[in-house]
Design a protein around this ligand. Structure first.
Ligand code: CA
Ligand code: CA
Ligand code: CA
Ligand code: CA
Length: 365
């Protein structure tokens, strides 16, 4: 009977979405979260993707910005104790990302963008460092050419040209690259500079600003990389096939900058509740796999959509950097975001991963 039920489950998975089953034999290293944010306002699958904003003078005042893809809020801002300090009333937001030193109205601002699924547009905010709140700075509701509606998104700062970009994708596999700029009146406008393509539904993406690489996860198929510059070739190269180390869906992606050249690329392996680490440089070799398990007061992490990581020390809570991720199941309440000190992850492995707080993401110019 047990065998029969197992067989039926596999048949259902194949017939429902073409999802294949995989056997992944990587060792999974367990670690516990030390902080979780307040739960999001809506039930079901409502939280999606976080990014970390680093305060300009006091890293302990840094925040976690999370997306909310249901009615009631678009973006949520949390302090490093997990308290909600702002709920932004806006459309349903999917993925969020941040870049520093964006020239706006004579100032240098931290720019935050997200894919707005209600408007099929790019939501564009700056962080007010005094209030730590997000302030809308988009010049208009930029009309994307994503006929299927915006899904995943991420940002790219070109250390080659000094220009800022947002990448946005839809479920057909179309990816648009938009250059973002001050419209001359202190607001941010965009122009489409390039279109890329993958064969099936993508979502998570992240760009390496130093190496000029865009990574895109095709959820049930593969992790790809493209050259990120707008005038580069549009051909993609394979980083890893889904089923090797990642169990579908391949979801959130982020980069740990250990210094200018080295570090790690981290992916959410949603289907088996794990996170997969690759080297940042070279051929993105597989490094290891970890999982957030139940702690005494903070539960473990399941079905993660988006994630972010920083090497930079964020005060006494996270002196050696932090890994933050969406948690799909938060017992007794709605979804939230969980945080793990980077050194707890780094020390799971033998040899330990790099722990280096000297790289400042705000220093990329
Ligand atoms: Ca989800
Ligand atoms: Ca997805
Ligand atoms: Ca959980
Ligand atoms: Ca997602």
């Amino acid at each position: 009977m047990k065998y029969l039920i197992g067989f039926l489950v596999i048949v259902m998975m194949i017939s429902c979405g073409g999802t294949k089953t995989y056997i992944i034999t990587d060792t999974v290293h367990p670690v516990k979260a030390t902080m979780e944010t307040a739960p999001v306002p809506s039930n079901d699958d409502a939280a999606d993707d976080p990014c970390i904003w680093i305060h300009p003078t006091d890293p302990a005042l840094s925040t976690i910005i999370g997306t909310h893809k249901k009615e009631g809020a678009g973006l949520l801002v949390y302090d490093l104790a997990g308290n909600e300090i702002q709920s932004v009333q806006a459309g349903r937001m999917n993925n969020v990302d941040i870049r520093y030193n964006f020239p706006l109205n004579g100032e240098s601002v931290a720019l935050v963008t997200a894919g707005d699924r209600d408007l099929n547009s790019i939501a564009i905010y700056k962080v007010d460092p005094d209030t730590r709140n997000l302030v809308k700075v988009s010049a208009r509701d930029i009309p994307l050419g994503l006929e299927d509606g915006v899904y995943g998104s991420c940002m790219y700062f070109s250390s080659k040209t000094g220009k800022f970009y947002a990448y946005l994708n839809d479920k057909t596999g179309k990816i648009e690259q938009w250059e973002l700029f001050d419209n001359g009146a202190g607001l941010v406008d965009g122009k489409l500079v390039r279109t890329l393509k993958v064969d099936s539904q993508p979502e998570g993406c992240v760009a390496d600003d130093i190496h000029g690489i865009l990574y895109v996860g095709e959820e049930e198929s593969a992790l790809w990389k493209f050259a990120a510059e707008p005038d580069a070739e549009t051909t993609k190269s394979l980083v890893d096939s889904v089923g090797n180390h990642v169990y579908p869906d391949l979801e959130g992606l982020s980069i740990y900058y250990a210094n200018r050249n080295t570090g790690y690329l981290i992916a959410s392996s949603q289907g088996n509740n794990t996170f997969v680490i690759y080297t940042r440089e070279g051929n993105n070799d597989y490094v290891g796999t970890f999982q957030i398990v139940d702690g005494e007061t903070i539960d473990g992490v399941q079905e993660t959509d988006g994630l972010d990581v920083t090497n930079f020390g964020l005060g006494s809570a996270f002196p050696k950097g932090v890994f933050v991720m969406q948690d799909g199941t938060n017992p007794g309440t709605t979804q939230n975001f969980k945080c793990v000190p980077w050194e707890s992850i780094a020390n799971l492995f033998e040899p330990a991963l790099i722990i280096d707080t000297t790289w400042d993401p705000r220093s990329i110019k």
